[in-house]
Design a protein around this ligand. Structure first.
Ligand code: ACO
Length: 432
């Protein structure tokens, strides 16, 4: 993106005026380009948690946290969630444009042809403890794929080889995720059925048994399609930034995505969907006294936080939460499920939204506040919820990784303000 000469900010430092170029994004977002500041002045900028730091220029996802806007490649999330298929959105995020019918068919067919994982990968599952967390297994499985495809480790591989790695990942992640699920419930693995759609195939690998016929329920397939689309990208969040920074050392795509899965696992990020359901169940078992839990969430001495509430960038509402809340109602209705945690979630939302503490801090339900209730309704165990998030986020991670390389971004390496001891002499062991 070009910077114009008249777009210059000036700051006074040590009696000198420093000119800092202003960068303007396509949605008129403004940034100060401080990349030369240290060379010019010796100063760095300090921004713990990168709350106000742009780490890159990106053309994938636009969001406006104040207005509650989220768009992939310019298309509003509301339209994509309602009208598109997950693979269509995957193609869009990766390539920048919606596919034509022929392009989509060809993309779907290529993905279909890579769904099998190497038979030896099944043997890993024999070694994990029965109660291993699915996210730990998934992260290990994905980085292990680099050992089965060693050519992926060559940073100078051809475009063709690179595209093959992308397709393998998109095709095999559902297979591995379903194996993680089957391992957790101690059921036999089911091989993929490539005449099924991407989501229906995942459902088949999770819910079918070798002993009986299985037809994926279209209501559930539609719900999963929507959930995966809502999670497909979210610009420079914790896991996407992790994928970019790992990839910036020219580590291979499998290693970078595995690192993204690990970053997603934490309860302050993707792990919140598991934490929300556990919290709602705890409140229910405790008798459902919402005032008590709201008071705990507001008490700074108490570590309890309202999981599924608050977001680093959305300070008015999370547009994904609005879509998911409606989808949650529809799905439970269509499946004829009466889930008491939905009732608690709605009441909790109501109480929090009227409370001055939450209002003044811009704390609203985020995408994960209702997603767990849907996953539970369609038979996915709580510990698998974040795996579902990873399935949805994969296209975003890959696109962020690819964009970082295509833009020639340098290796990620922040600076620090050192606050430790000044230089001192080593003291011999017997004198300490
Ligand atoms: N419950 C109670 N208080 C909260 C909550 C919450 N869920 N979230 C933020 N606050 C308070 C903080 O204590 C702080 O209060 P203070 O100003 O009095 O000190 C203020 O609101 C601002 O919060 P920060 O933690 O500074 O905001 P930050 O942007 O760093 O964190 C985060 C955002 C991590 C999402 C936070 O809101 C949180 O922990 N939420 C719960 C976990 C969650 O749902 N994570 C999923 C996020 S969505 C996703 O990753 C897909």
């Amino acid at each position: 993106m070009e910077t114009k000469m008249d777009e210059i900010a000036r700051i006074e430092l040590d009696g000198k005026t420093i000119e800092i170029p202003i960068i303007t994004g396509s949605e008129n977002e403004k940034a100060l380009d401080i990349s030369k500041l240290r060379a010019q002045t010796g100063y760095i900028t300090l921004d713990r948690g990168f709350k106000n730091t742009g780490s890159c220029m990106s053309a994938i996802t636009f969001l406006d946290g104040e207005k509650g806007i989220l768009r992939y490649r310019g298309y509003p999330i509301e339209q994509l969630a309602e009208q598109a298929s997950f693979l269509e959105v995957t193609y869009l995020i990766l390539n920048g444009e919606l596919p034509t019918k022929a392009e989509l068919e060809s993309f779907e067919s290529e993905i279909d042809h890579h769904t099998l994982v190497h038979e030896d990968m099944k043997r890993f599952f024999e070694a994990y403890p029965a109660k291993a967390h699915p996210m730990g297994i998934l992260a290990s499985m994905i980085v292990s794929m680099s050992t089965f495809y060693p050519e992926s480790q060559d940073p100078n591989r051809s475009q063709e080889a690179f595209q093959l790695t992308i397709k393998r990942l998109i095709a095999k992640l559902p297979t591995l995720a379903a194996m993680v699920y089957k391992n957790a419930v101690r059921h036999p693995f089911m091989y993929p059925k490539n005449d099924l759609g991407y989501i229906e195939n995942f459902m088949h690998m999770c819910f079918a048994m070798p002993t009986e016929d299985y037809t994926p329920n279209p209501v559930i397939a539609k719900a999963l399609n929507k959930l995966l689309i809502l999670h497909a990208d979210h610009e420079q969040n914790c896991s996407a930034s992790t994928v970019r920074i790992v990839g910036s050392s020219q580590a291979n795509l499998y290693a970078s995505i595995s690192a993204g899965i690990s970053a997603l696992w934490g309860p302050l990020h993707g792990g919140a969907n598991q934490a929300v359901i556990e919290m709602l169940e705890m409140i229910q078992e405790d008798g459902g006294d919402l005032d008590k839990w709201i008071a705990k969430a507001k008490d700074k001495e108490d570590p309890f936080r309202l999981m599924g509430f608050g977001h680093r960038v959305y300070k008015n509402f999370d547009p994904r939460a609005t879509i998911i809340k409606k989808a949650c109602d529809d799905i439970l209705d269509q499946l004829g499920i009466d889930d008491p945690t939905l009732d608690i979630a709605k009441r909790l939302e109501q109480v929090a939204l009227e409370d001055e503490y939450f209002k003044s801090r811009g704390l609203y339900p985020n995408v994960d506040f209702y997603s767990g209730i849907i996953y539970r309704a369609i038979g996915i165990p709580t510990e698998m919820f974040t795996v579902m998030f990873a399935l949805g986020r994969l296209p975003g991670w890959i696109a962020q990784w690819k964009e970082m390389l295509d833009n020639g971004d340098p290796i990620g390496r922040p600076r620090q303000v050192y606050t430790g001891e000044n230089a001192r002499d080593f003291v011999d062991l017997d004198k300490r």
